[in-house]
Design a protein around this ligand. Structure first.
Ligand SMILES: [Fe+2]
Ligand SMILES: [Fe+2]
Length: 169
């Protein structure tokens, strides 16, 4: 049995994941507007991934007999200094999400809610991947920041990214 406190925190995370999706669409829009369509594509795929994270939580709560309450998403940041800046903002956002899952796991452990502990482990692993991905992009982009040719090639690579939900589980 999931306590009301834990259910509420899990519910908040559904909405946080939708917030993350909106933030990534905003980054895509910035990149697209500045003619970086490859980076825009990367962020649109990232937004899809965040919606997938939200719906995975949604399904779990449904399975546990809890009605999900969807709230309005918060207004994301829409202005950035550069493409590199979007990745720095993204990493900060991902670190916040990691903290959310640590808090959720702390509570699930406290309540000895073993099924939820098991469910949350997937997200803890996922967050390690998410942070590593953004850290790598920041390192690469910092290195090639002033090299338009390298940036062009890097962007084309990210332009190939697609989101496959079947590859997630
Ligand atoms: Fe997520
Ligand atoms: Fe994420």
């Amino acid at each position: 049995m999931i306590s009301e406190k834990l259910a509420n925190l899990l519910n908040d995370q559904v909405n946080n994941e939708f917030d993350a999706a909106q933030a990534y669409v905003a980054m895509a829009a910035y990149c697209e507007h500045n003619s970086y369509s490859g980076f825009a594509n990367f962020y649109l795929a990232q937004a899809e991934e965040e919606r997938y994270h939200a719906m995975k939580l949604y399904e779990y709560l449904n399975d546990r007999g809890i009605q999900v309450k969807i709230t309005a998403t918060s207004t994301p940041k829409v202005d950035f200094d550069s493409v590199l800046d979007t990745f720095k903002v993204a990493l900060k956002q991902e670190k916040g999400v990691t903290q959310n899952f640590y808090d959720l796991s702390d509570l699930a452990w406290e309540e000895r809610e073993h099924a939820t502990i098991s469910f949350l482990n997937w997200y803890l692993d996922e967050q390690v991947e998410e942070e590593a991905t953004f850290e790598t992009h920041i390192d690469y982009l910092t290195r090639i920041e002033h090299d338009q040719n390298a940036l062009f090639i890097y962007e084309k690579e990210l332009g190939k990214r697609t989101f496959d939900p079947n590859a997630e589980d």
